[in-house]
Every structure is written in C-alpha cells, then in structure tokens.
Design a binder for this molecule. Structure first.
Ligand SMILES: Nc1nc2c(c(=O)[nH]1)N[C@H]1C(S)=C(S)[C@@H](COP(=O)(O)O)O[C@H]1N2
Ligand SMILES: [Mo]
Length: 401
C-alpha cells in the first residue's frame, strides 16, 4: 500500500490532522454503540423475518395459531427496536465519521473488504430505519413496494453486519478492556488507562455525555411510542402514530370503508356471504342466515405490522362451522375475500390449522355491539396470531383451497 504514501490528499477540511478533536470520539464509544446496535439489529431482523413468513408463508412452513398474541409481541418488538436504533445509529455514525478520511484508506485486502462492506451496512441500515419510520406513519414517498424492498434490504444489511462484526470483533474486545481510549480522528492519542477523555471533556461532550445522550434519546423514543402496543404505557404514547384506544368503537382504523370503496356494497340489502371453491355444496347466506348460526366469542388482538395493537371482544360464527355447513369434512385452508375491489389486503389465506381453531371467527359484533362499517361490517375475519393485514374486513367470499 506504498502508493498511499505517495498520493496524499491535501491537508484541508476533513483531511487536516486536527480536523476532528472531540474527546467523545474514542474506540470505546464506537464499541459500546456497536454492540447495542448489533443487538437491536439482530432482534429487529429476527422479528421482521417472522413477520414476513407470517404474511408470505412458504409451502414448507406452517405458523402456529397459538399463542394467540405472539405476532402482537414480535411485531411490537420489531417496531420498538427499529425506532430505538435510530438515535444509536446517528451517534455511531458521528463517532466513526473521521474514519472516512483516514489515510491510507485501507491497508490490505482484508481491510479493503471490511471497508467495502460498510456500503451495504450503512446504506442498508439508513434505508431500513428511514423506510420503516415512513411506513409506520403511513407515508410512502417512493415508487417501490415497501414490504418487499424492506425485506430484501434487510438481508443485504445483515450480510454487511456479519462481515463487520467478523472484522471488528477484536478491536471491540480491545476497546472494551481499558485500552480502548484510543481517539478516533485526533492525532494525539489519549494515554491508555488514563481517564482524561472521560473526566475532562476538552472538546465538546465527553464520552459519557455522548453515550448518555444517545441511549437517553433511544430510551425516551421507546417510552413514548411503545404504548401503541403495550397497554400499561398507553398514556405515554405521545409520539406513536396510532393510539390503540382511539377510533370508532374505541380502537383504530387504518383503512376506512370509504377509502376501500365498499360503503355501498357493505350496506346493501343484497349483501351475501358465499362459500365456494373445493366444496361439496357451495352455499350463499344472507345476514339473517349468518345471525341464525351458533355465535361464539373470542378476545383477540388486531396486531398491525406498523406496531400498534388493540385487543377486543369479538363475536360471530366459527369459520370451521361455516365450512361444515358447506359439507367440508375435516379442516382445509381457505382464502377469505373482501367486498373491496382494489388495492392490497382485500384477501388473505387462512391455513388449515387456523381454520380449525375455535377462535377463528367471521365476526359480526365487537364488545357487544354490531361492527361499525370502518371495522369491517357486516362481517370481518378475526383469528389468533395473524398479522393485522390478514384480518380481512368486509368479507363476502370464502374460497376453500
Ligand atoms: N379489506 C381490507 N381488510 C383489511 C385492511 C384493508 O385495507 N382492507 N387492512 C388491514 C390492516 S392493515 C389491519 S391492521 C387490520 C385493522 O385495520 P383497520 O385499523 O383499518 O381496521 O385490518 C386489516 N383488514
Ligand atoms: Mo395493518
């Protein structure tokens, strides 16, 4: 790498020796933030993967209907860890920023690969956190399909993260032992074992102040958003895009009947529920016939992929009773179709295990009242451990697969 000795950038701007002098920028800060981000990113990745598999189940995998609130928990964790990562990522990028201008830029093949892996890692991390944040605020300033892009970029980012951890594990270990007071950027190195950088913040914040600020903001963000799914903190959910107790009948609506274009069809006296597909005797029921069937109740959450959830008491007919009514013996997977004609989430698949679950209902009522139009009246699907996007509203057809 002698070539880098010969060509050197002019000592201006960030390339000056004294360009970065903050005493908070030390390897130890980078290591602590790195570990926190590693934990939050892997947690976010695992819960995100679960969410993806739940929404796009491959043929070899079947997701259990129990525990009923599992998806609610994993998706709450997914959004909470994503949001908590944002201030930590800012702090980490700020801490290691001077390394962008280090000379020589790399010191061999391994070092070159390590530096290149930062591109998918940093680019991917910024993309994931930004697109996720926009999505939970129902803001789509892009032409691509959010779940697909978010999913594939997650794989790229995790790949970059694995390479990064492999490359940095020994630096991190060293930094966490006392020797890690090496500054990042400044030419003078703080004596190992001296507490100078901690005790005397000569330039700006000390390391402790930086970490306290980053973790403090991260904790605060979690505290004021997690109430969207964790009921005891409901009152604190000031920054949450959705309050689980605000909306018609006391809980939120993402897509209204008007937005879905179903108002007329859902109110019409011509409304019918059809059971078709691979059935011995296809049936068509009107509302009175549905109301005359045995009614059951279940207390189940709607757990939206955007991180909010709300648990309600639902009442309606069991999906398995409906299939039995149409002469279907045993349990089979079905596709539930909505009156909604356009856009996503107008149908969803219920697998055989979910169909046979006694709590999988086509609900007519919630909390002792008839469903309101925006909650899916006259009939909505509600089942245990399903992502919110698969709790189809305004159901008009059950296709046995
Ligand atoms: N037909 C239909 N059903 C739907 C949706 C939809 O857009 N269309 N949205 C889903 C989503 S994203 C969630 S979280 C739940 C609850 O959404 P809501 O708050 O709009 O009732 O209903 C689901 N059912
Ligand atoms: Mo949702």
């Amino acid at each position: 790498m002698r070539i880098f000795g010969a060509i050197r950038p002019p000592a201006v701007g960030p390339f000056r020796d004294d360009a970065f002098t903050s005493s908070a920028r030390i390897e130890r800060t980078a290591a602590i933030l790195g570990i926190a981000l590693g934990v939050s990113f892997f947690t976010c990745f695992a819960t995100g993967l679960y969410s993806h598999l739940a929404q796009y189940p491959p043929s070899w995998l079947h997701l259990s209907a129990r525990p009923a609130g599992l998806y609610r928990f994993t998706q709450g964790v997914h959004i909470a860890t994503g949001l908590a990562s944002i201030p930590l990522l800012f702090a980490k990028l700020w801490t290691v920023f001077p390394k962008l201008f280090a000379w020589p830029p790399f010191q061999g093949v391994a070092s070159l690969l390590e530096r290149l892996s930062l591109l998918p890692l940093v680019g991917g991390a910024v993309f994931l956190l930004f697109s996720g944040l926009a999505n939970i605020n129902l803001w789509y300033p892009w032409p691509f399909n959010f779940p697909i892009a978010h999913y594939w970029v997650a794989w790229i980012t995790i790949g970059g993260l694995v390479v990064h951890i492999g490359a940095k594990i020994s630096t991190t270990r060293a930094a966490l032992r006392r020797g890690g007071a090496d500054t990042i950027g400044a030419t003078t190195t703080v004596e190992p074992n001296s507490d100078a950088s901690v005790a005397a913040p000569v330039n700006g914040m000390s390391r402790r102040q930086l970490l306290a600020t980053a973790f403090g903001i991260s904790g605060l963000v979690t505290l004021v958003t997690v109430g969207q799914t964790y009921a005891p903190l409901r009152k604190l959910a000031l920054l949450a895009p959705r309050r689980p107790d605000v909306g018609p009948q006391g809980f939120p609506v993402n897509r209204t009947a008007r937005a879905a274009g179903v108002t007329e069809a859902a109110r019409s006296a011509d409304y019918r529920l059809e059971v078709t597909g691979r059935v011995p005797k296809p049936i068509t029921l009107d509302l009175d016939q549905i109301r005359a069937m045995p009614q059951h109740s279940a207390t189940l959450p709607i757990a939206c992929v955007e991180g909010w959830s709300t648990t309600q008491d639902w009442e309606g007919i069991r999906l398995r009773d409906l299939l039995a009514h149409a002469g279907v013996g045993g349990s089979r997977a079905v596709r539930i179709e909505s009156l909604q004609q356009h856009r996503s989430y107008r149908s969803s698949v219920v697998d055989a295990e979910q169909v046979s679950d006694p709590d999988t209902l086509l609900a007519l009522r919630v909390n002792g009242e008839a469903l309101e139009l925006d909650h899916g009246a006259p009939l909505r699907l509600i089942g245990p451990n399903r992502p919110g996007v698969m709790q189809t509203k305004w159901v008009t057809r059950v296709v046995v697969l």
